[in-house]
Design a protein around this ligand. Structure first.
Ligand code: FAD
Length: 459
């Protein structure tokens, strides 16, 4: 084993981190502080060839493989005990072609990196709302955020991927070349190979009109109904995610609201600025809101607005449902648990997945819930490890209570380790096709540290 490791060290452009190294703990740490996995070897890749060599080393030495881009996955699926981690976080090439409005982005980039690069051109990639999230995992699971209604999911803007397959082959996947693989990568997660880089089309967005708006918790039933009705027929330029939360005891929030349970919406309006006040007039008339931070803001700043509130290392337990409709009964559940958010960082968000995301049918991408209106994520978070059980229990109970009103599966990017049936339900009728594609590109299930799709013959 030692000889194999020194051989690998000698042939890669990147570096290797072992349990005996002083930077091992720092390198194996991930965003979720609940995760404490100890890989045998972490290969910090610098090139596609490094990825090929890392896969070969793992196979020759019978090591399980995990793939890491931004390290954000809640279940810590980018690490594996006693196995090999293909760490892509040093692969940060990012090229924008402003003329064709496209970008080639290596997997080590975070959403912050993407926003910083696209913003000066007045362009944006529809993706997530926290800057430290990795482009690798979020794209392969779908990718939802403030621009979903305007520009679709992140995968709806994907043009091409460069992939290292389980057999070490480097391939391109796009509409013409390996179209089955390309289809599977649009939501199928890390099951089909190591994606080294992505090519995206970008949309034109620079400054928007958005930010948070809160109402008293006592108004939550009316507020959630108003929100649901108002956004239902709104243009795709209007996006807002509904939330139950506790107001942080910090500036810029007014002191009289600190630590109060409230409900609210974080808005993003991408339409003409001169129309914004009219669009928001009925919203402001409802209530009225007890906090209104909605105004003109650069898209990149709205995207990064909550980064400081959620630094890496906190305890996270989260689960998600797809929701088609807010019935009276489901609103009852939301009011019950939403008004008992257990800690200041815990929350639940209803992320819209309608608008432009509905331009596709369920079977046009591996991501299978085009008929959903929201992904509802229930997030238990706290900096203190002693509160891990408290936030976990609240999340699980809320999730269970909401289950009868949800569509069945989960958004794989916001799932914990919830078992095979849940993975299947998350792909619905696409699961069968995915198992066949998995059987073609990774027949031995080398890439199984993920929300695993079993190769057809292994099931
Ligand atoms: C604070 C926070 C905010 C979030 N906000 C959003 C949001 O707004 N919208 C949203 O859609 N999601 C959001 N997510 C969920 C996020 O999309 C997932 O956690 C996603 O998996 C993170 O990607 P990553 O590269 O950072 O994670 P990693 O943990 O590095 O990767 C997750 C998994 O993806 C696979 N993978 C990653 N990169 C590759 C690759 N290059 N090739 C092959 N497989 C790969 C692997 O199986 C890996 O285990 C958020 C997560 C957190 C913690």
């Amino acid at each position: 084993m030692e000889t194999a490791i020194s051989q690998l060290k000698g042939v890669i452009n990147g570096s290797i981190v072992l349990p005996s190294d002083s930077n091992y703990d720092e390198t194996r740490s991930v965003y979720n502080g609940m995760i404490d996995k100890k890989p045998a070897i972490i290969v910090k890749c610098k090139s596609t060839e490094d990825v090929v060599k890392a896969i070969k080393h793992a196979k020759n030495n019978n090591l399980e493989i995990a793939i890491r881009s931004g390290g954000h996955h809640g279940a810590g699926l980018c690490l594996v005990d006693d196995g090999l981690v293909i760490d892509l976080s040093d692969m940060k090439k990012l090229d924008i072609d402003a003329k064709s409005k496209t970008a080639i982005i290596e997997s080590g980039n975070t959403l912050q990196d993407v926003d910083a690069a696209t913003y000066p051109y007045g362009l944006a990639l529809p993706s997530g709302i926290i800057g430290t999230t990795g482009i690798g995992g979020i794209t392969l699971g779908g990718g939802i955020g403030y621009l979903t209604r305007k520009g679709g999911l992140t995968i709806d803007n994907l043009l091409e991927c460069e992939v290292v397959l389980a057999n070490g082959e480097i391939v391109t996947a796009n509409k013409q070349t390996n179209p089955d693989l390309f289809w599977a990568l649009k939501g199928g997660g890390g099951n089909f190979g190591v994606v080294v880089s992505f090519k995206f089309k970008l949309i034109e967005v620079k400054n928007v009109y958005g930010g948070p708006m809160f109402w008293p918790i006592e108004k939550a039933r009316e507020a959630i109904k108003f929100y649901s009705e108002y956004t239902k027929n709104a243009s795709n330029d209007l996006y807002g995610f509904f939330a139950f939360l506790i107001v942080p005891a910090a500036e810029p929030f007014p002191k009289n609201l600190w630590n109060k349970n409230v409900c609210g919406v974080v808005w993003n309006y991408t339409g003409p600025r001169e129309k914004a006040e009219d669009i928001f007039e009925p919203i402001r008339e409802f209530g009225p809101p007890i906090l209104d931070f909605v105004g003109e803001i650069p898209m990149k700043d709205l995207n990064g607005m909550f980064d400081a509130l959620y630094p890496p290392g906190y305890q996270w337990y989260w689960r998600a449902h797809y929701i088609k409709e807010l019935t009276e009964e489901s609103i009852d559940v939301n009011l019950e648990y939403g008004s008992k958010v257990p800690t200041m960082h815990s929350t639940t968000h209803l992320y819209p997945v309608d608008g432009a995301a509905h331009n596709f049918k369920n079977n046009e991408t591996a991501w299978a819930y085009r008929d959903a209106r929201w992904v509802q994520v229930i997030v238990g978070v706290d900096p203190d490890p002693d509160k891990a059980d408290k936030v976990t229990n609240w999340c699980k109970n809320y999730f269970d209570a909401l289950k009868p009103y949800a569509m069945g599966g989960s958004y794989v990017n916001m799932m914990m380790d919830e078992g095979q049936e849940r993975v299947k339900a998350s792909y619905k009728e696409n699961y069968e096709r995915l198992t066949k594609i998995k059987g073609k590109y990774d027949p031995k299930n080398i890439f199984h540290i993920n929300q695993n799709i079993k190769p057809a013959y292994l099931r």
